[in-house]
Write a protein of this length. Structure first.
Length: 116
């Protein structure tokens, strides 16, 4: 048996841009991806603190150090520029693995720089 466990989280990311007419995903500064071990094309859940919407999509890398968090495709109907979001990825682990696992979590400032 496996359980779904939080693997990583970018907490309080600020959406820098949205692009509706794009085939879907979220573009994230690749340095932020590295900080929490999110891989290109990995599935993520986005929770919007401004309006409560939740969207599942996949990640594409943006230029390292750019601070970019760009919501692409249909999710741009639900999430707006300057919204504050939580971006989470998950892993399936055995209960034994889950008991010893620590997710990677970083908190971001208003410029998407790591504060904690």
């Amino acid at each position: 048996m496996f359980v779904k466990i939080l693997k990583s989280k970018l907490h309080r990311a600020r959406v820098t841009e949205t692009k509706l007419h794009y085939p879907g995903s979220i573009e994230i500064d690749s340095a932020l991806m590295d900080a929490v071990d999110i891989l290109p094309y990995e599935s993520v859940l986005i929770a919007d603190l401004n309006n409560g919407s939740r969207v599942e999509t996949y990640v594409v890398p943006a230029e390292a150090g750019s601070g970019r968090v760009v919501v692409l495709g249909a999710a741009a109907q639900l999430i707006e520029p300057d919204d504050i979001v939580i971006i989470m990825s998950f892993a399936f682990l055995t209960p034994q693995e889950a008991g010893q696992f620590e997710p990677k979590v970083v908190v971001l400032d208003e410029n998407n720089k790591i504060t904690a």
